[in-house]
Design a protein around this ligand. Structure first.
Ligand SMILES: O=C(O)C(=O)C[C@]1(C(=O)O)C=C[C@@H](O)C=C1
Length: 324
């Protein structure tokens, strides 16, 4: 009797050290349980692990409800070839201010924080510690761990459970400017296999505009609106080669195997000098995509069959009785 081959061991890279929100996002991935987890120092290293084959996939933060897009992640996904988003995960975030035991609030002059975390606590920090200086840290947990490694900073912005792991004192709880803050994470791999459509999917892409063409951005947006495809994210990032050149990061509702999304992608490809498909994957919130029946799969298929019949000289395809 032949037995099925054992599944290949997998490894997952994430921004460490242990205790980061990125680790909490990875903990939501069923297939990652019991597999190797590689703690790395930044998003570039996590994605490099995937490209080089050291890791099967990497979890990276892509957007925060207060700070917006995580630019380092958006830029890396736009420029490193061969990467695909295969899953999306949400983590509610909150922060405390921690210090070495004995430090008082009035002693705090320098605060270590991950830039995205700092931006989310900026209002509280400016009000409570006017004139403080900020030292960027590679992650929220590293900001806190660094307090015990050197005295470059007096305090750190860190996740609420940090004192369970490090001998630090909490000076203030709930320092985030909006208590409902959420960070969106994506799982990235080099797999060419498309996650199957679920009816609650998202498609991510990056597109550049034709140079110096009036209305080019409107034309990009029309590729989606004329196919009834809703966009949930549109952000611009500088391409970097000269002033005034931008690429657009787009999240659209639906899966590339949905006819209306595929047709919109063909439109973008015809119009944009550079378009990168980043993936179609299930939405973390599970919200089903709603769209006008005029943009259902059957309408696109019918139109294609009609055209094919004309071109190949086949008998006329009868008109759609429920036509748009
Ligand atoms: O994962 C962590 O804990 C991080 O420090 C990273 C990160 C990010 O890269 O945006 C993740 C979530 C928070 O909103 C702030 C920072």
């Amino acid at each position: 009797m032949s037995t099925a081959p054992a599944p290949e061991p997998r490894s997952y890279s994430y921004l460490g050290p242990r205790g980061t929100f990125t680790e909490a996002a990875l903990a939501q991935v069923d297939e990652a349980r019991g597999q190797e987890w590689r703690s790395v120092n930044n998003v570039g290293e996590a994605l490099e692990d995937v490209v080089s084959g050291r890791s099967t996939a990497a979890m990276i933060a892509i957007e925060n409800s207060i700070e917006g897009g995580v630019s380092v992640a958006q830029d890396a996904l736009s420029t490193m070839p061969g990467l695909r988003i295969i899953g999306e995960y949400l983590v509610r975030v909150g922060f405390v201010l921690v210090v070495r035991p004995g430090t008082r609030l009035e002693d705090v002059k320098v605060v270590a924080a991950h830039p995205v975390a700092y931006a989310q606590c900026r209002g509280w920090l400016d009000r409570t510690l006017p004139g403080h200086a900020h030292i960027p840290a590679s992650s929220n947990v590293q900001a806190a761990a660094g307090l015990l490694e050197n005295d470059l900073a007096d305090a750190a912005v860190a996740p609420p459970n940090i004192v369970d792991h490090y001998a630090l004192d909490t000076l203030a709880h709930g320092i985030i400017d909006n208590p409902n803050a959420v960070t969106r994470f994506v799982l990235v791999s080099t797999s060419r296999e498309l996650p199957r459509p679920t009816g609650a999917d998202k498609t991510s892409l990056v597109a550049e505009l034709p140079v110096d063409r009036a209305g080019a951005l409107l034309e990009l947006l029309e590729q989606f609106s004329t196919r009834g495809v809703n966009m949930s994210l549109l952000e611009s990032r500088p391409i970097g080669d000269e002033l005034g050149r931008y690429r657009f990061i787009i999240d659209a509702d639906g899966h590339i195997l949905d006819e209306r999304v595929a047709d919109a992608m063909l439109g973008v490809r015809r119009f944009s000098p550079s378009v990168v498909f980043l993936g179609s994957y299930p939405r973390a919130d599970g919200a089903r995509v709603s769209f006008d029946p005029r943009y259902g799969d059957d309408v696109f298929i019918d139109a294609r069959d009609w055209l094919r019949a004309i071109v190949s000289g086949e008998p006329d395809v009868p008109p759609r009785i429920d036509g748009p």
